[in-house]
Write a protein that binds this ligand. Structure first.
Ligand code: ZN
Length: 467
């Protein structure tokens, strides 16, 4: 199966051809750890995780790297404001970020390098850029000279003039061109910093991803991911300084072959922002929804389309997963095949290999679930159940025990389920008799017991509300 991905660099959907088909290498920009991650931060992680799962199915070896930014002006500011040491802040929020990602079934990257562990690599990268006449030192800063790299702007389709015309801020005295960006900047005594040939200071943010991706993967590598908001200036600058260091002409693909960017996420039609007070932290959402519901909601729109996250989208994802889990539970006694990925159906694979067309892939999942429901032979059931689990694995859903998901109790509190089932029956009878008041009363009693019910064409189903 040929994987196709839309390459931001060429602006076309291309056949993916790895640099080395025995070893695919991918990097995605990770979080700056000074606060809880919000649901928008999860989109690049979930999209990258999906792509990595597809790559692992198609190729014998995949190395996936995603960094932790643990030195940054925002972190310094958070430390200044709270009086808490930088290392304490970053360790805390890195742990929380990784726990949140685990709840969303995002597999841990093969390597998760920390910026502060790669300062030597960054200094070496700056030196190479200076030797190659791509960077210059000025007033304790080192800057990349954008005029020295003619392909600057190719990724974001901007030219240098655009930038100057659009820039109304005063140009710093140490810059030769307004578009030049910082590779190294001085730190005051009470700011974090490292000794360098240019004095005590710290790296500019863009530099770290160039240094860590090259250190962990070698260049050129295959795929670089991130949110669309990073195309300019972050990724544009990564290309310039990485190509500047290896001095292999002007070809941006001397650094990375394919750039993949996800669109941003809105909340109820509005951009999430501090000023609007509508930032939804993953941590808070997980109190209301299981991680798989959030993950499916994030995958419900194509990754290059903006995603408008609403309560309806979340409810729909919950209902879809409930349906699949109920079906799996009904077929609990059917064994699935252990080498389940061998059974991935072509229709699903075609959709997912077509630039991660998740909506189409989910439609195949629905079809398979229907076939599992309607087939009568146990052989067919085994096949469709295996297919459902295999597709679920690639999408990173259906990873829980159906009984657990559905809140079906075993043994110890079976008396409890008998009570619930009796109440559900009483409510069905009340509804049949059009005694809706009584039906509502029973629904409320069940809610108080922590049970929610859903009326489906095949009858009423109930599940424990996840706390
Ligand atoms: Zn980055």
């Amino acid at each position: 199966m040929q994987l196709k991905i839309y390459n931001t660099l060429t602006k076309i959907k291309e056949d993916f051809v790895p640099v080395d088909s025995n070893h695919v290498r991918m990097y995605t920009c990770g979080p700056t750890v000074y606060n809880y991650a919000h649901i928008g931060n999860a989109r690049p992680a979930v999209v990258s995780d999906l792509l990595v799962r597809v790559l692992r199915f198609l190729y014998p070896k995949v190395t996936y790297v995603s960094n932790i930014t643990d030195i940054d002006d925002k972190i310094i500011k958070a430390s200044d404001e709270t009086g808490v040491e930088i290392g304490v802040i970053t360790a805390k929020y890195e742990k929380i970020y990784n726990e949140d990602m685990q709840s969303l079934n995002v597999l841990k990257p093969d390597k998760q390098p920390h910026a502060t562990e790669h300062i030597d690599d960054m200094i070496a990268l700056i030196k190479k850029n200076i030797i190659n006449n791509k960077a210059y030192e000025s007033e304790g800063h080192v800057l990349f000279d954008v005029s020295s790299y003619p392909s600057y702007g190719k990724l974001s389709k901007r030219d240098a003039d655009d930038q100057i015309a659009g820039s109304r801020v005063a140009v710093a005295s140490y810059k030769k061109n307004p578009g030049d960006f910082i590779l190294w900047k001085p730190s005051s005594e009470n700011q974090p910093g490292w000794d360098s040939p240019w004095g005590f200071g710290r790296p500019g943010w863009h530099l770290e991803c160039s240094a860590m991706s090259e250190n962990c993967l070698g260049i050129p590598f295959d795929i670089h991911g991130g949110g669309m908001d990073l195309v300019f200036p972050h990724h544009e600058n990564e290309i310039a300084q990485s190509c500047g260091s290896c001095n292999e002409g002007h070809n941006p693909q001397a650094y990375v072959k394919y750039w993949i960017h996800n669109a941003l996420l809105n909340m109820d039609g509005e951009k999430m922002s501090k000023s609007l007070g509508n930032i939804l932290y993953i941590r808070d959402l997980l109190k209301e929804y299981p991680g798989e519901v959030l993950r499916l909601a994030l995958l419900s729109a194509h990754y290059r389309q903006p995603l408008n996250l609403t309560k309806d989208v979340l409810a729909q994802s919950q209902a879809t997963l409930n349906r699949f889990y109920r079906n799996l539970n009904k077929n609990e006694s059917i064994d699935s095949c252990s080498d389940f990925l061998e059974y991935l159906p072509n229709g699903f694979l075609e959709s997912i290999c077509d630039d991660l067309n998740t909506s189409k892939a989910l439609a195949s999942l629905n079809e398979i679930s229907k076939k599992l429901s309607s087939s009568s032979s146990s052989e067919d059931k085994k096949k469709f159940k295996t297919q459902l689990l295999a597709c679920g694995y690639i999408l990173g859903i259906l990873q829980e025990e159906p009984r657990q998901w559905l809140g079906i109790s075993n043994g110890s509190d079976s008396a409890d389920s008998k009570t619930v089932e009796q109440l559900v029956l009483n409510r069905d009878t009340a509804r049949k008799n059009k005694d809706f008041e009584k039906a509502d009363q029973i629904r409320n009693v069940l809610l108080d017991m922590g049970i929610e019910i859903e009326d489906s064409p095949t009858g009423t189903v109930w599940r424990k509300i996840k706390k």
